[in-house]
Write a protein that binds this ligand. Structure first.
Ligand code: FES
Ligand code: FE2
Length: 330
């Protein structure tokens, strides 16, 4: 029996690679949403993601396929497919069968991250993940990256954010952070205020987590009122019914000084050990649909209700979708 009573693949944007993993002219095999996919970057630098299997005789386009112009060429008999998945040439005929097409996936590339939109009914995206900008208005870039394959589903990873109690108990913080929650159409915001004892000193830390869609999390932090000079961007991308890839990127301005580099690198070490504590839980937990909750727990059920919009297989008329009013729980 499955450990989970909800679907493995919510409708949302999910990271499938970092930009620097796909150079111009490169082809990369991917496996997400229980499917084999092929990513390629054409000579115009644009990234495309298609279903991996060629409609001719079924070769995997990512296994030996090549980029030709802005197309990917199948390694078996040389058929070429453009970013839309349409067959554009066959080396031994000019008669291209009109059904010669592979499914293409909506792709975005920003902040050094490549994302793909999954929809159970193949619908177009109905929201976008915001591009993360610096104070100068320029896009932030990736300075530190980490990735784990976790034996769990996306919702359980994201649900961690509405569970402030575990921050003290599992991660060993001095106090349970005070948290407030508010949610809207495609995003869910969590603000926390916590205290940390560092040596003899008590440090006040504030965080703002924004969950975007079903598997993206953007985190900003203030320590003693001072904003830390980076933004953390996580994705929880479903690999198949059993596993998710947990991506973590620490983003900052393109040019950073030595002090900033050190802050980013020491926070990334801290995030890494925190994530590893969560991963032990995620790898083995179940997800009871009717958990026994008590006073002091976060708004787990309100969160799940908000999240359930990503399991609807048709595009939703938002006026007819009754999202609960935001509440402050703690
Ligand atoms: S299987 Fe792809 S060209 Fe023949
Ligand atoms: Fe955690």
């Amino acid at each position: 029996m499955s450990r989970f009573s909800y679907p493995a693949f919510p409708n949302s944007w999910f990271q499938v690679a970092w930009s620097d993993e796909l150079a111009i002219g490169e082809v990369k095999p991917l496996h997400y949403f229980g499917r084999d996919l092929v990513a390629f970057r054409g000579e115009d630098s644009v990234v495309h993601v298609l279903d991996a299997h060629c409609p001719h005789l079924g070769a995997n386009l990512a296994m030996g396929g090549k980029v030709v112009g802005n197309n990917v060429q199948c390694p078996f008999h040389g058929w070429c497919f453009d970013g839309e998945g349409k067959c554009t040439s066959i080396p031994y005929t000019t008669k291209i069968p009109h059904k010669a097409k592979v499914n293409n996936w909506p792709v975005r590339e920003a902040n050094g991250i490549i994302t793909v939109y999954f929809h159970a009914a193949g619908k177009s995206p109905n929201f976008e993940i915001p591009v993360i900008k610096g104070d100068d208005g320029e896009d932030l870039i990736v300075h530190e990256k980490m990735k784990w394959r976790v034996h769990c589903r996306s919702r359980d990873l994201v649900e961690n954010l509405v569970d402030p109690v575990h921050i003290k108990f599992l991660h060993g913080n001095t106090v349970i952070p005070e948290a407030t929650f508010a949610w809207g159409d495609y995003s869910f915001d969590i603000h926390t205020i916590g205290k940390e004892i560092v040596g003899e000193q008590e440090i006040e830390g504030r965080t703002h987590f924004s969950i975007w869609g079903a598997g993206c999390l953007i985190l900003n932090i203030w320590s003693e009122g001072q904003k830390l000079p980076f933004v953390t961007c996580n994705y929880m991308s479903p690999v198949d019914e059993e596993y998710v890839d947990f991506y973590m990127s620490l983003l900052s301005d393109k040019a950073v000084d030595e002090t900033t580099k050190q802050i980013i690198s020491s926070c990334s070490e801290k995030w890494k050990s925190g994530a590893e504590e969560d991963i032990i839980i995620w790898n083995h937990k179940i997800s009871p649909e009717r958990p026994i909750l008590c006073e002091g727990d976060g708004p787990i059920m309100q969160f799940r209700r908000w999240y359930s919009q990503f399991f609807i297989s048709e595009l939703v008329d938002k006026d007819s979708f009754n999202i609960a009013e935001p509440v402050a729980v703690l």
